[in-house]
Design a protein around this ligand. Structure first.
Ligand SMILES: CC(=O)SCCNC(=O)CCNC(=O)[C@H](O)C(C)(C)COP(=O)(O)OP(=O)(O)OC[C@H]1O[C@@H](n2cnc3c(N)ncnc32)[C@H](O)[C@@H]1OP(=O)(O)O
Length: 207
């Protein structure tokens, strides 16, 4: 029986668990969370230990932490501890055969990733998100549900694109920038800028 360990007993973690089981590649899910032993279950799934126990387990692991920077840091720590890092794709996701997915990426139900796209480590391509052809995503990017990137976009480390946002083709979103829910991005977004609206405008900086 193949066991998948998920670090982070969150709602996002349960979505990953469901995708992993649906894919048929794993038969059993074990959650790990630093709130263990106070926290013993995540929905119908057991929480069986904290991150130190996970590091010693040797199990294939995916990190289910929504915060982009923390997710990447935890994944790097687990990789240094020698754990194999899994990639989870829901069977309803459509992923072109030449797409490159880094370790620890999750591609959730109904997502589409088209030809020539390259994703770094620990990216979340959430439900029904679209990554068009030739996009380049650095590590720890999160495309929220139904967010869309036009062809040839470049996203830096830990960029977060909010739910339902659309990014015009060939746009660059620099590292640690955030695109608000429902935005339409038609101009480049600089490092740590938070943009929102239609068309998207700077609203504040991501400190
Ligand atoms: C499975 C999942 O759930 S994945 C996660 C899905 N969630 C998302 O996608 C959320 C994305 N986050 C957002 O859209 C957030 O509102 C952010 C990051 C853009 C801004 O959040 P905050 O820094 O907390 O900003 P805050 O709420 O204080 O708003 C600041 C101003 O921007 C406006 N604003 C905030 N978000 C948006 C938005 N998406 N579109 C337009 N205006 C916005 C606010 O109305 C406010 O305006 P005001 O100053 O005139 O009152």
């Amino acid at each position: 029986m193949k066991i998948l360990a998920i670090l982070g007993a969150s709602g996002h973690g349960r979505v990953i668990a469901d995708a992993a089981l649906s894919s048929g590649l794993w038969q059993l899910i074990q959650f790990y969370d630093d709130a263990y032993p106070t926290l013993q279950c995540n929905g119908r799934f057991p929480v069986v230990g904290d991150s130190a126990a996970l590091a010693a387990s040797g199990l294939p692991t995916v990190v289910a932490i929504g915060d982009n920077v923390r997710r990447l840091e935890k994944q790097q720590w687990l990789q240094q501890a020698g754990l194999p890092i899994a990639t989870v794709c829901h069977p309803s996701a459509v992923i072109a055969c030449d797409v490159v997915l880094g370790d620890g990426c999750v591609v959730l139900a109904g997502a589409v990733i088209n030809s020539g796209a390259q994703l770094g480590k620990a990216c979340i391509i959430n439900s029904r998100a679209v990554v068009e052809h030739d996009c380049e995503l650095a590590d720890a990017v999160h495309l929220s549900p139904a967010a869309s990137l036009g062809g040839g976009c470049r996203l830096g480390t830990a960029v977060w694109v909010g739910i339902g946002a659309a990014v015009r083709h060939l746009i660059t979103l620099e590292e640690f920038s955030i695109v608000g829910a429902g935005a339409a991005v038609v101009k480049p977004v600089l490092t740590r800028q938070i943009v929102a609206g239609v068309p998207a405008q700077l609203i504040k900086m991501n400190k």
